[in-house]
Structure formats: C-alpha cells, structure tokens
Design a protein around this ligand. Structure first.
Ligand code: 16G
Length: 245
C-alpha cells in the first residue's frame, strides 16, 4: 500500500488508485480467496491516505464482487467462482454446454426409475393415471463443482428404460429420434432448503434459480418436463433482446 500514491496513474483519484492496487494484488495472487484484508485504519496509515478514501475503494470492490464483507469479522477476498454464462436462446444440453467450456461433466444419480405419474406430470406430459413416467434425477457437477439438481420426467413411450441414460439425456433421446427441438423455460428465484443446499454444497438459505423446462419435438409433441435448481452464485442467464412492439 505504501506505493499507492506513487503508482503510474498520476491524476487518477486516490481511491481509484487504491482500488487498482488491491485488484492487482488479487489478480497476481498476492492475496488469495478467503484472505483477510488489513483494516481500513492500517491501509490508511500505510498508504498515507484518509480512511474515507480507503472505505470508498473497498466499497467499490465489494460491489464488484472482488471483496466480501462479513459484519464483525472484516473484509476478505471473495472466493473465486467463475460464473457460468448460459444463453437463454439456444436449446442445448448440460453436457454440451460444459464441454464447450472445456469443463469435465459428471453426474450423481439421485433417482432413475419408472413411477406412476404425479398430477403435474400427467398434465404436462399428457399421461393418464394408468401410464407410467420415467424419472431421471441427477446432481450435475462440472469440474468437481456441483452446479444444479435436475429432475427430468418423460413419458415411458419416449424413454421406456431410464437406465438407458448413462451420461447425457439429450444424447439418449437423439438415438431414438426424440431429441427436443423447442422448449419453454420458466425461471424463478428461491432460497435453498437444507437438503438441496447440502447437495449443492452451499449454506442452507442460499439463493438459487428454479428452472422449469418443457420441451417439444418439431411435431409439437411434449418430450420432457424438467425441474431444476441452479446455484444462484454460479449462473448468469443471458438473453439477447430486440426492439419489439
Ligand atoms: C439442461 C436442461 C435440462 C436437460 C439437460 C439435458 C436447463 C435448465 N436444463 O441442463 O432440461 O434435461 O440439459 O442434459 O437448461 P444432458 O443431455 O447433459 O443430460
């Protein structure tokens, strides 16, 4: 911090110079995720600037997600979590999405079997009470980080044997000519309960995105009804919008 005043950004406001110094230290790994930042007072003394200036730089970095503040215990470098940016305009599978990013995908099975359908499943998939539904529920993990819990339901006419899904559901559907070509997706916010939080390896009550996907074949036939829970700290869903009336 002693060099903040001497950095090559002459003319830039002091708080911006301090901000840059801290950002550089994080980027270069001089201070790493979880490390505590010295107190405002210490930084102000070392850098020979006012505490107000230090506070402004720190607040900016907290807003930007570089630092986190825990009441009573201080300021820390935020844990590194590269967020996944997911397009909302393409119908892709989890396996494809992660492979494109060079990430290694793995799933833990939560359920894979054939059941009498629930009222929701009957309505969405157009099943009668006499028919059966195939359920494929997984914890989806990329590069060893659990990202989502996915519970897919399909008619057994489409997926008679859920055990046939070994890695990718969409690949299994593609083999039988049933890969969906269109989907409607609904996203809503929810806080995680104990059990789901444990699976996703985050504290109970953390933010999550609940996603419901109903996908269709080109013929209009419903193929998939999937309810997923995505970690709120890991995903950005991005859509391109065009001027419309
Ligand atoms: C995506 C879909 C999910 C689909 C899965 C297939 C969302 C919210 N969900 O994760 O509905 O079942 O991909 O992935 O995008 P897979 O082919 O890798 O099993």
């Amino acid at each position: 911090f002693t060099t903040v005043k001497e950095t090559g950004q002459q003319g830039a406001p002091l708080y911006l110079r301090l901000k840059k110094t801290i950002e550089d230290a994080v980027q270069r790994g001089i201070i790493g995720p979880g490390d505590a930042l010295p107190s405002e007072r210490d930084i102000a003394l070392k850098a020979d600037i006012s505490r107000v200036t230090v506070r402004k730089a720190v607040q900016d970095l907290v807003k930007g997600g570089v630092l986190i503040q825990r009441h009573g215990s201080g300021t820390f470098v935020a844990p590194r979590m590269d967020r996944v940016e997911q397009s909302l305009s393409r119908l892709t599978s989890f396996t494809e999405d992660m492979a494109r990013r060079g990430m290694t995908v793995r799933s833990e099975w939560l359920d894979r079997g054939v059941y009498p359908p629930s009222p929701d499943e009957m309505m969405v998939l157009g099943l009668s009470a006499k028919e059966l539904v195939a359920r494929v529920s997984r914890l989806r993990i990329a590069d060893d980080t659990p990202l989502a819990i996915e519970r897919a339901s399909l008619s057994t006419a489409v997926l008679p044997d859920p055990e046939a899904v070994t890695t990718s559901l969409y690949m299994a559907l593609e083999k039988t000519g049933n890969r969906p070509s269109r989907a409607v997706q609904r996203i809503s916010a929810a806080n995680l309960g104990e059990a789901d939080a444990r699976l996703l390896d985050v504290p109970a009550g953390s933010a999550s995105l609940r996603i419901e996907r109903i996908s269709y074949l080109a013929t209009g036939r419903v193929i998939e009804f999937t309810r997923s829970i995505y970690r709120g700290d890991a995903y950005d869903f991005v859509a391109e919008l065009r001027l419309g009336g």
